[in-house]
Write a protein that binds this ligand. Structure first.
Ligand code: ADP
Ligand code: MG
Length: 321
């Protein structure tokens, strides 16, 4: 059983340096030097065992995901990530568990040149609470409140994969490897968010389900939206399912951490170019209209209503317990 400071020393020994970290882990607080003229973008998200990841998830995947969901929020703002902090709650002072959590956490941090600059370490049920900090040029942040009537609605990647993996897990069925990877190691769309800054009118990351999250954009922007189910891009693994089976995953499944964004039709080509440059596929799935709420349409034009619109923490039973 390691002591708290031993654990912190293990963490400190592994973090990469960044030029703008004047003082990192080890003092009462970190000293950070933001670039002049840029706005600081701050976000925080916690991951709790049994709520945000199934019991039995590999610790390295938990570590990865704890940072990924936060970098996804920065991506959805069009921000460039820089720093993060980690509040760690552990049932026991298990150094091996800390090492394994960090394997995933720091692997993703390296990919995005994010420095872990501080945190807290306490005893309790396994959970990771991460804050992430990034920068954006003034006026260039991607907000939820900028969607306009007539805008296209777009989504990156292939939403629904994580929900497909979860459905198989819950059914006790074999889980497709590609789908499982999407659930356990989501790739925050940081490059896409940066590329969309200046082109998209509004943006959100899909954590609670595409229709539900697009609904947040609509509420903030005081508009409505229509989504064509036929236009939802399906990964090869999902395309093997009947549409009626996979639509709920694609339209309402959370945990994919793709970006849903809006942009005027005259930006179509520029968006395709910008996202190709970022190496991220995207599809047009609908449009913004007058009114409120999100309508989903079947290929024949009839309205489709999902059984469960999206995950709600204080209303739904945990999908993982
Ligand atoms: P304090 O009692 O002043 O809060 P702590 O013992 O909690 O000090 O932390 C000591 C140092 O280690 C601080 O710089 C803190 O930010 C850092 N730290 C503690 N836990 C973590 C963690 N899980 N990840 C990264 N840094 C941590
Ligand atoms: Mg502390």
């Amino acid at each position: 059983m390691a002591m708290e400071f031993d654990l912190i020393a293990r963490i400190r020994a592994r973090v990469a340096a960044r030029g703008d970290v004047v003082l990192g882990i080890g003092d009462d607080a970190a000293l950070l030097q933001p670039p002049p003229g840029l706005q600081l973008v701050v976000t925080m998200d916690a991951l709790h065992a049994g709520v945000h990841f199934p019991h039995g998830t590999a610790p390295a995947d938990i570590g990865w995901k704890a940072l990924a969901v936060n970098l996804s929020d920065l991506a959805a703002m069009g921000a460039r990530p820089a720093w993060c902090t980690l509040s760690l709650s552990l049932p026991e002072g298990d150094a091996g568990l800390v090492d394994a959590l960090l394997d995933g956490f720091l692997a993703l941090a390296r990919e995005h040149d994010v420095a872990l600059v501080g945190g807290d370490t306490t005893r309790g049920p396994l959970s990771l609470c991460v804050a992430a900090h990034g920068f954006v040029e003034p006026g260039r942040a991607l907000r939820r409140d900028g969607a306009r009537v007539g805008d296209d609605v777009w989504v990156t990647g292939t939403p629904g994969d994580a929900a497909g993996a979860l459905a198989a897990l819950q059914a006790g069925a074999a889980v497709d490897r590609a789908l499982r990877a999407r659930l356990d190691r989501p790739q925050p769309r940081v490059a896409a968010g940066r590329a969309l800054s200046g082109l998209a009118t509004a943006c959100i990351d899909v954590s609670d389900g595409l229709l539900a999250d697009l609904g947040h954009v609509c509420t903030a922007s005081r508009v409505g939206a229509v989504v064509e189910l036929e236009a939802l891009p399906a990964s090869p693994a999902l395309a093997r399912f009947r549409p009626e089976m996979r639509w709920p995953w694609q339209a309402c499944g959370g945990d994919d951490y793709e970006l849903c964004f809006t942009a005027p039709p005259e930006h179509r080509e520029a968006i395709a170019r910008a996202l190709a440059g970022a190496g991220v596929p995207a599809a047009r799935i609908g449009r913004i209209e007058d009114g409120q709420g999100v309508r989903a349409l079947r290929p024949d034009g009839s309205a489709w209503t999902p059984a469960v619109p999206g995950y709600r923490h204080f209303q739904d039973p945990s999908p993982l317990l």
